[in-house]
Design a protein around this ligand. Structure first.
Ligand code: DOR
Ligand code: ZN
Ligand code: ZN
Length: 380
């Protein structure tokens, strides 16, 4: 393209601007750059130790803030743990100005004093992964016992902490396992009671993956919101199971990807402009050895591709104008945090995502994306 013959013009959607270029010679216009408010990731697994050092820059290179989940091998359950983990993350992010938002896990040992202390120390989220529903969740209480945590949840409400739920029901009343595809929908009935008892508690349903749940969040009071992921907007169960029923481990995550209609509901909610739905990647890296065992570790490493992939998805649906609110506004508004003041530039440039980074399979690795983020880690 010969820039000398071109002229540029800009469309604005809020703070977001899309720069277009008109090429006189070819008589065509090109979308060139999206400039938008720096996004946040309201759900990420940054891990610890060597993996943390390796994966954190992919989140920190793009996002202003990230809500760091505390399901480590020894879960983060107190303010003391969270402060220590905060420092470890910041060290791993090097010179980046990325700010971790911290959470503690709700377990059988949690008490209202622990929560009061965490709230005072700036910890924003109380996270529940019900026992054995996902990675390192052995200590999580079951949804059947949630009433026993109401005092803890009342304490969270009083210090304005958000209750963040991995909302899946593992087994029925008689203890029989519920099939993976049904676990999220079957968990919905527990939410009504919770909302009735604690009407002011801010609740985030993490990684909503079914039309049932999305409809529930839409009709719930305004203090109930949901995060949505790229992978639940991309995969269906056919990407997770082979014809013979064996698992395609790299696409295995919790909650599991479901039907095309469920995926459509996720995409529609993302692009709806409804502030109850905001971005949380649930980027969850696992070493190849953990993905290859049976059953495989649940979790998909999406951080290196997440923003270009969302740009492609929103562009295909002619909804680029809705992207900034979804990734850069609605989450911070729900959490009562200031919006990021910086901007990020995403260029209309093709690049191919690497298949593996440091022995960890990258989601959509090998895919050619139409948008590239010029991040400090220089992925592409
Ligand atoms: O697939 C998942 N992986 N879902 C979760 O809820 C946890 C995550 C992880 O930590 O690996
Ligand atoms: Zn989860
Ligand atoms: Zn998660």
């Amino acid at each position: 393209m010969r820039l000398g013959l071109d002229f540029k013009f800009v469309f604005s959607y809020g703070l977001a601007k899309v720069l277009w270029i008109f090429n006189k010679e070819e008589g065509r216009i090109y979308m060139e750059t999206i400039v938008m408010r720096q996004p946040d990731d309201f759900h990420c697994h940054l891990r610890e130790g060597e993996i943390l050092k390796f994966v954190a820059p992919f989140t920190a290179g793009i996002f202003g803030r990230g809500l760091a989940m505390g399901n480590l091998a020894r879960p983060i359950t107190t303010a003391y743990d969270a402060v220590r983990y905060y420092r470890e993350i910041v060290r791993a992010c090097g010179s980046s100005r990325f700010k971790p938002i911290m959470s503690i896990m709700l377990t059988k040992k949690t008490n209202p004093n622990i929560i009061g202390d965490a709230g005072k120390r700036g910890i924003k989220t109380l996270k529940l992964i019900p026992g054995n529903t996902s990675t390192n969740s052995e200590d999580g209480i079951s949804l059947w016992d949630i009433e026993r945590s109401y005092l803890n949840l009342a304490a969270a409400q009083s210090v304005n902490m958000v209750f963040s739920i991995h909302c899946e029901l593992l087994s029925d009343e008689s203890g029989n396992a519920i099939p993976e595809e049904e676990r999220e929908s079957k968990a919905i009935s527990f939410l009504d009671q919770l909302i009735t008892f604690l009407p002011k508690l801010k609740i985030v349903i993490e990684h909503a993956s079914t039309r049932d749940m999305i409809d529930y969040v839409k009709r719930a009071p305004e203090n109930v919101a949901a995060t949505l992921t790229l992978h639940h907007a991309t995969l269906t169960r056919d990407d997770v199971y082979e014809m013979d029923g064996s698992i395609i481990s790299h696409n295995y995550c919790k909650p599991i990807a479901k039907t095309a209609d469920d995926r459509e509901a996720v995409i529609e909610a993302m692009m709806s402009g409804n502030p109850k739905f905001f971005f949380g990647s649930d980027s969850a890296p696992h070493l190849e050895s953990a993905k290859m065992r049976f059953p495989p570790a649940a979790g998909i490493f999406t951080a290196p591709v997440v923003l270009p992939a969302l740009c492609d998805l929103f562009e295909r649906r002619e909804s680029l104008g809705r992207l900034e609110d979804f990734v850069s506004r609605f989450g911070s508004e729900f959490y009562g945090l200031p919006l990021n003041s910086g901007t990020i530039e995403i260029r209309k440039r093709e690049w191919i995502a690497p298949e593996y980074i440091g022995g960890i399979k990258v989601f959509l690795g090998g895919t050619r994306f139409g948008w590239r983020v010029d991040s400090p880690i220089g992925l592409a």
